[in-house]
Design a protein around this ligand. Structure first.
Ligand SMILES: CCCCCCCC/C=C\CCCC(=O)SCCNC(=O)CCNC(=O)[C@H](O)C(C)(C)COP(=O)(O)OP(=O)(O)OC[C@H]1O[C@@H](n2cnc3c(N)ncnc32)[C@H](O)[C@@H]1OP(=O)(O)O
Ligand SMILES: Cc1cc2nc3c(=O)[nH]c(=O)nc-3n(C[C@H](O)[C@H](O)[C@H](O)COP(=O)(O)OP(=O)(O)OC[C@H]3O[C@@H](n4cnc5c(N)ncnc54)[C@H](O)[C@@H]3O)c2cc1C
Length: 651
């Protein structure tokens, strides 16, 4: 019945202060208040309904997404929402759209790689959405290998312009979100060519479409790349294709914070020669044309990717927690087998197999939340250091963002699929919310750095650390523990055998390094002051589940390396079962702490009141296929089949 909480008996079992845990999950009392208010605002506004998405054609879905983006923007303006509140509104609207890339990549790239002048010119336009940006780096022929990008940006000293060109089919920009139909501007990454010399890949602000009639500007061939995985909401995103035909842009539209190309003061009869000078260190190119070769890492041009990767880790905890919330609530509602003397059947959440699959994912959602908080701090710290020309922590920040992005997105994508399976057949219904959540989420394992490619970066960082063991450069920060692997030094020559040869094993070592990072940040979180009755105790249980589940999963490695004995392994498994029993009475309260509205969850199986079956039944009849009792096509195809004379004795 409506209004009855079918999960009340579960909520009454809770042994901790759920409201206090909601604040822990949100990050602070202020963050909770903002999230709670904005999520309810979105849920209560029919303009943001999303329950009809699965019945729309791609064009209808896309147009509806444009409507919602415009409606969201109007809401932000009308309600005078802050940047934080606006970001939360876009989050709870929960619609993959060009705005994700405009706010999540285009603006951060200008902030991270634009000079002061460029920021002053472009950011106000972008913040007011008077231009809509996309991040055009990937090409048809290259995505992972950024240095292999083929788009060229050739400097023309006669006109003080760059000529942007797509010299080959494989140099076509391919995948950038928002590019296909909406973006008016792009940050296009291209191989800079100055005076016939290649100067590496840099970012350029390029206008794509007219601000008057939205038509592509001369020299631009641009469109959408077509339908993507499943029928999910990601098809509302216009990932695009773009070819440049000798498009000219002013020199000041090259993002120059990391490099600047200026005219050298040369005798008037000399050809103007431009050499890279790094603004941060060598902004004053002398009139004699001298500049100091700077040691600023060229990878600063990759700064936007560092930013997005750290946001993707936080995003992983959100996506995984949504799936776990659905599966946990439904596991408490669903009963199957086990009836004693005609009594109720057993809740599937009480089966040890269900707990051993579900509770590690619940623990992972919390673990990723906390490592995401730490990574946000690390990113802010490295950004501050860069501004002071301190590049010392950049390699570690790259390794951490790359590795944790890879680890958390893989675990989350697998976790969403596991949550679908934990819900049995009903998990395969769109009304469960899980198929769409999976379809929208899984590309996170690929975009912003393919996960294996990123783990290889971590492996390279770890091997570089090993190679420095014994030197005066002691490992610090997230690799400080490696001082305890001095024995690796002896086999260092083995390691030299070939990174490529060992890469599959090194990727596993990279995963282990990142898992250690997640566990250690969870432990550090528990060392903080955590208010609320029973809250810290519940988090300790989840931390132990996360750590012991990993120990169980990788038992072979721990045993074969002598890190643990078989006795330890047995004790760990016993403890894991005990921990599952401790979580069981608190499971519903632990997912209530995510504070998701039914609107945001978009799942009948995960609805707050647990009133699943009537809602499933009601939803079925809303499907367009049930608009007529006799389906379209019956008279044309089925009736002739049913009425056909059987002409051959054989049949
Ligand atoms: C509100 C939030 C919204 C979030 C966003 C919304 C989501 C929207 C949906 C989708 C968005 C998706 C967008 C994209 O996909 S954009 C394109 C992403 N593309 C990539 O990530 C490409 C991956 N490839 C790379 O990063 C690089 O090619 C590479 C794999 C790292 C190799 O680079 P390169 O060949 O130049 O360098 P080396 O491997 O030789 O390394 C040289 C040294 O540089 C160091 N390095 C590499 N990268 C970085 C970095 N990013 N930062 C700092 N340092 C870096 C590397 O460690 C080497 O150092 P060493 O000391 O060993 O020499
Ligand atoms: C939904 C979605 C949205 C996207 N949005 C954007 C966007 O807005 N802007 C943008 O610029 N791009 C975007 N992309 C592109 C995305 O960034 C790239 O697809 C991604 O970086 C992976 O690159 P790739 O496709 O070249 O993969 P590849 O590198 O071709 O990967 C293919 C296989 O090769 C393996 N491999 C590659 N190199 C190595 C190596 N050195 N050693 C071992 N194995 C290797 C990989 O591990 C993988 O298994 C998007 C992609 C998707 C799916």
């Amino acid at each position: 019945m409506e209004g009855v909480d079918h999960l009340a008996h579960e909520r009454n079992k809770s042994e901790f202060d759920v409201d206090a845990m909601k604040i822990v999950w949100a990050g602070s009392p202020h963050a909770f208040v903002v999230s709670d208010r904005i999520s309810k605002l979105v849920a209560s506004d029919p303009g943001f309904r999303k329950d009809n998405r699965s019945t729309l054609s791609r064009k209808e879905l896309f147009k509806n997404t444009l409507r919602k983006a415009a409606y969201a923007w109007k809401t932000i303006i009308d309600l005078h929402l802050s940047e934080e509140e606006a970001a939360k509104l876009r989050f709870y609207v929960d619609e993959p759209a060009f705005t994700d890339v405009h706010w999540g990549m285009f603006i951060p790239a200008i902030k991270g790689q634009g000079t002061e002048e460029q920021q002053q010119k472009w950011l106000p336009l972008a913040y007011k959405m008077q231009i809509i940006g996309c991040y055009a780096q990937t090409e048809l022929g290259h995505g992972s290998n950024v240095q292999g990008l083929e788009t060229t940006a050739t400097f023309d000293p006669q006109t003080d312009e760059f000529i942007i060109h797509s010299p080959t089919l494989t140099s076509s920009k391919w995948w950038p979100g928002g590019l296909g139909k909406v973006a008016t501007h792009a940050i296009a990454y291209a191989l800079l060519i100055v005076g016939g010399r290649e100067q590496g890949v840099h970012g350029f602000i390029v206008q794509l479409r007219s601000l008057e009639d939205h038509s592509p500007l001369p020299g631009m061939t641009v469109g959408d790349i077509g339908m993507k995985f499943g029928n999910g909401a990601y098809n509302a995103m216009d990932n695009g294709v773009l070819r440049f035909d000798h498009v000219r842009i002013p020199r000041n539209q090259m993002l120059m914070r990391c490099a600047q190309y200026t005219c050298l003061c040369m005798p008037s009869d000399a050809k103007l020669i431009l050499e890279p000078c790094i603004l941060i260190r060598v902004s004053q190119v002398t009139c004699e044309g001298k500049y100091k070769q700077s040691d600023v890492p060229r990878q600063l041009v990759y700064g936007a990717m560092l930013y997005v990767r750290q946001t993707i880790v936080a995003d992983a905890s959100c996506a995984l927690s949504r799936a776990v919330c659905i599966a946990t609530r439904y596991s408490a509602v669903r009963r199957q087998f086990g009836s004693q003397n005609g009594g109720p059947e057993t809740q599937v959440i009480d089966y040890k197999t269900q707990q051993s699959r579900l509770f590690p994912l619940l623990a992972s959602a919390y673990a990723f939340r906390f490592v995401g908080e730490w990574l946000k701090w690390l990113y802010a710290d490295v950004t501050q250091r860069l501004q002071a020309n301190d590049f010392s922590t950049l390699p570690e920040a790259h390794a951490c963002t790359a590795g944790l992005k890879s680890l958390t997105t893989t675990a989350t994508a697998d976790g969403i699929e596991e949550c679908r399976k934990l819900c049995g057949g009903h998990g395969y219904l769109c009304s469960s919310g899980l198929p769409e959540l999976f379809a929208v989420y899984v590309p996170a394992c690929t975009y912003e750095g393919e996960n294996t490619v990123l783990l290889l970066q971590v492996a390279r960082f770890l091997m570089k650390t090993v190679s420095q063991l014994g030197s005066s450069k002691k490992p610090v920060g997230t690799i400080a523990y490696m001082t305890r692997v001095e024995h690796l030094m002896q086999c260092r020559c083995g390691v030299q055998r070939g990174f490529a040869e060992l890469s599959a094993d090194l990727v596993e070592a990279a995963v282990a390094h990142c898992q250690l990072l997640v566990v250690s940040k969870f432990i550090e979180k528990l060392q903080q002051e955590i208010p609320g009755k029973g809250v810290k105790q519940q988090l300790e249980v989840l931390c132990n589940i996360y750590a012991l589940f990993l120990l169980h999963k990788h038992q072979g490695d721990f045993l074969s390396t002598g890190c643990i004995t078989p006795k330890h392994a047995a004790l760990a498994n016993d403890e894991l079962r005990s921990l599952y029993s401790q979580v069981r009475p608190n499971a519903i309260a632990l997912v209530d702490a995510f504070n998701y509205t039914d609107h945001y969850l978009g799942s009948i199986l995960g609805c707050y009141d647990g009133n699943v079956y009537p809602k499933l039944y009601e939803a079925a009849w809303k499907d367009p296929l049930n608009e007529s009792v006799v389906p379209d096509g019956y008279h044309q195809y089925i009736r002739p089949l049913l009425k056909q004379e059987i002409r051959t004795a054989r049949l």
